[in-house]
Design a protein around this ligand. Sequence first.
Ligand SMILES: [Zn+2]
Length: 100
Amino acid sequence: MKKAKKEIATKRMHMLFKNAISNARTDANLAERQAITAKKISMKYKIRMPYEIRSCFCKKCKKFIVPGINSKIRVGRSNVKSIRITCNFCTHTYRKIIKN
Ligand SMILES: [Zn+2]
C-alpha cells in the first residue's frame, strides 16, 4: 500500500519536473512553482531526487535553474570531466564531475 503511494508520488514528481523544464522558457514563475512542488513531494514521501533533478536547483540560492535558460554551463578543460554551472540569479558557480 505504502509502496504504491510512493510510486505514484515518484511519477508525479517526474511529471512536474518535466513540465517545469518545458515551462521555464515561457513562464518562469509557473516553472518555479512546479519545481518547488516536485521538491516538496520528494521530501514528503522521502523520495530521493534523481541526479538530473537535483542538478537543476542552485546549490546556493536553491532556485530552480534550467541550463541554457537561467543558468550557464561550461565544460571544464581539465583531465577530469566536469561541467561548471553558473546560476543567473545569484551568479554562484559550482562544478560537477561527470562520471562515465
Ligand atoms: Zn543561485
